[in-house]
Design a protein around this ligand. Structure first.
Ligand code: ADP
Length: 394
């Protein structure tokens, strides 16, 4: 069985083609600058990589070229080999608590939820519509970032604001990165060999969120009504006092959406360091004595530690803390410093083990009170697994 998983952005389309018998990636790639001058694609397969600048007027062009290339490069013999296509969809509202086969109703729900995810859901729909045009008979599945967090209880997902805002406008915490946290939960279960476990999953990428997981279900997570909430991120502020917004609107003569844009795009590591949103640059800055970079790293670490501590208490202890995504998997120094700050809980870093990237690795000492692991996440594989399951069993 072959499944394609697709992550569509407003001008991009990322894909991975899986052989699901072995769960091996047969090809992966990225179509960029769709609808913009200078569009191009890259496809990786076996150990080859091709890159071509080519006109891509819309997402349908991207899907057409993708399928043409898969055949031309002998990765598949014909389109009949594609058994299903899974799409990453950011917002499924409070209606979807798991992945679903895409029907007209699902499409209109994704459309309706765009109010809640104005940047992301329309992009997801572009991907769905493009695949529908090109492969009308192939079943498609929607995998929602929010679905995993639908197990949160009301006292965790409600904000302390007028209840009518929830009742009338569905203002609540939804949480995101659910596919990644679910993958981490399943890996933790595999590693520990039992069902009944408490995990704190730290997805630290350019966007980041932490999730408290018990018996495979999300109990709480740091992102909120939108992905702007929670820990400090590459360019997002994470939690701030909302009164800052009208204050700075007045000072800078900007409107609310311009300020939200600033909080999404020029805050976080970039905002504080005034150097970069990328931890590699922040680390380089620190080694060169840049105090703004050091400050940015310090605030980042402090906020991650605060949420791990909150979730440790919420879960009444934890079996495993996991670091994943770009920073969690690769920034050894930062994850090491985070673990060291948890020493009052009896959590101990194994410094010599904390030296590896790209593999599952225990990085706590044998006498640590909680196991700490680095685990590479794989959202695309999770999307492909859900797609296979629904295509086979409905
Ligand atoms: P996303 O998928 O959210 O775009 P990633 O999970 O790919 O993000 O994480 C990207 C971030 O990971 C980069 O911005 C960078 O800060 C960090 N990162 C990646 N590689 C390294 C590395 N070798 N050392 C430190 N940080 C890294």
């Amino acid at each position: 069985m072959k499944i394609i998983s697709i992550n569509a952005g407003s001008s991009s389309l990322k894909f991975q083609l899986f052989d699901m018998d072995s769960e091996k990636v047969l090809a992966s790639g990225l179509f960029e600058r769709i609808g913009i001058e200078g569009s191009l694609y890259t496809i990786k397969y076996n150990s080859e990589k091709i890159r071509e600048e080519i006109e891509l007027a819309n997402h349908t062009d991207a899907v057409n070229i993708l399928l043409e290339k898969l055949i031309a490069l002998d990765i598949i013999a014909s389109l009949d080999e594609i058994d299903g296509v899974g799409h990453r969809i950011v917002q499924g509202g409070d209606k979807y608590n798991k992945s679903v086969i895409i029907t007209d109703e699902v499409i209109s729900d994704i459309e309706a939820f765009k109010d809640l995810a104005p940047l992301h859901n329309p992009a997801g729909l572009l991907g769905i519509q493009a695949v529908r045009e090109v492969l009308p008979d192939v079943p498609m599945v929607a995998v929602f970032d929010t679905a995993f967090h639908q197990t949160m209880k009301k006292e965790r997902y409600l904000y302390p604001i007028p209840y009518a805002w929830y009742r009338d406008y569905k203002i609540r915490k939804y949480g995101f990165h659910g596919t990644s946290h679910r993958f981490i939960a399943s890996k933790a279960k595999e590693i520990l060999g039992r069902e009944n476990i408490k995990v704190i999953s730290c997805h630290l990428g350019s966007g980041g969120s932490i999730c408290a997981i018990e018996n495979g279900a999300s109990i709480d997570t740091t992102m909120g009504f939108t992905p702007l909430a929670g820990i400090m991120m590459g360019t997002r502020s994470g939690d701030i006092d909302p009164s800052i917004i009208p204050y700075i609107m007045e000072k800078e003569g900007k409107n609310a959406s311009e300020i939200i844009d600033d909080l999404n795009k020029v805050s976080g590591l970039l905002g504080v360091s005034e150097t970069s949103s990328d931890f590699r640059d922040i680390s380089k800055g620190i080694s060169e004595g840049n105090s703004q970079c050091l400050l940015a790293q310090e605030i980042f670490i402090r906020r991650v530690v605060a949420y791990i501590a909150e979730y440790y208490v919420l879960l009444n202890g934890a079996d495993m803390i996991v670091f994943t995504a770009g920073i969690g998997e690769n920034s050894l120094d930062v994850r090491g410093k985070i673990v060291e700050r948890l020493s009052c809980l009896g959590i101990k870093l194994d410094e010599s083990a904390n030296d590896s990237r790209g593999e599952i690795k225990k990085i706590s000492t044998d006498d640590s009170s909680v196991l700490v692991y680095a685990i590479p996440t794989d959202e695309e594989l999770m999307i492909a697994r859900d797609t296979l399951e629904l295509v086979q069993n409905g």
